[in-house]
Design a protein around this ligand. Sequence first.
Ligand SMILES: C[S@@+](CC[C@H](N)C(=O)[O-])C[C@H]1O[C@@H](n2cnc3c(N)ncnc32)[C@H](O)[C@@H]1O
Length: 380
Amino acid sequence: MSRLSRDLAAGLDSLTKLVLSQPIDGTADPKVSVRPVFLRGGRYYQVERFRDNKAFHENLDGEQLLRLMESELDGRYRQALLVTERESAQYSLKRDGSYKRSGAAAVPRPAATGGNNREKRYLLPEGEAIPALVDLGVFTPDYKIVRAKYDKYRQINRFVELIDQAFRDDGRKELTILDFGCGKSYLTFILYWYFAVKQGRQVKIIDYDLKADVVEHCNAVAEKYGYTGLRFVHADVSRDSLYGQRVDMIVTLHACDTATDYALHYAIEKGADYIFSVPCCQHEINLQMKKGGELDVFLRHGIVRERMAALLTDEIRTLVLEDMGYSVDVIEFTDLENSPKNLMLRARRTGRRSEKGRTLAREIAGRYGFSQTLLELTKE
Ligand SMILES: C[S@@+](CC[C@H](N)C(=O)[O-])C[C@H]1O[C@@H](n2cnc3c(N)ncnc32)[C@H](O)[C@@H]1O
């Protein structure tokens, strides 16, 4: 058994990653990486092999991994990197077929949570091997966050944390999720990676966006990494026909203006159990609102009017959702400094219906002379 295999066996319980590169000949896969995953309540190891620009995954238990190492991998790669929770070391293959270990260093303990943003421990920490995010320009090739994408990365981490909290005790193994106005789909790729690759659930995510080129690119990245449960669809969510079967969850992150209303309406119609929606560009009411009562005081200055109209829009959405069988929290999902568009409507289906909220919302809409898409869409 080589030094590399021995060290792998000794550090298996605290393995963070193993990367084998520079194969000795063309019969071996160009690169193989291994990282721990938690499946069916146990610790497994996901082996990722890159072949013809595609990633192939296999989940093995500890013994299977050591057997694979011995029978197929050991001695066939010139370079290896082995990282455990305690230390990281590099290995180079010598002429006699043994490995020389070098550059061993203790792995620093993670910084405490809180304080400076850069010290915060994220659910998806920097350095986690999520190769699709390299293609999407969020990670550098060595899985560091691209500086310009740092705010987005923080938002998405928080988004996934909130979803994770909701699903922690839920126990469902299969998840169907729709993302409305997905754009470059950082959120979707991370959600897919987190639930399908890391947690081993059966995940189907369908994403809609108006931009054909972005949709095409996202489909190509999903295909490259073998993310078979991910599909990106070029569609206008306000008029095209969308996925017709049961869905577990609807997400929107900054879907423009009324695209959010169509997403919420779709969730209501399909009885989605969860909604996580961060609205954006709530122009609809602002463009129509006339003087009509106590709210006139908010109509005197453009910026105040705009903010009030955005808050009123989201409050009407909340009233409608509550009437249509959801319990809703409105939370700041990230801090204002990270994004001014930081209100999230977090809803869970209860099935309890009412008319009260919509009656109030209609009365306000009538008095101030506007119509609101979700209110209109849920007219009975
Ligand atoms: C501000 S971007 C947000 C993208 C992504 N969710 C994110 O957070 O990075 C809004 C996206 O919504 C899409 N969008 C707006 N209206 C839409 C509609 N009616 N149907 C589908 N997509 C829409 C736009 O094309 C755009 O990509």
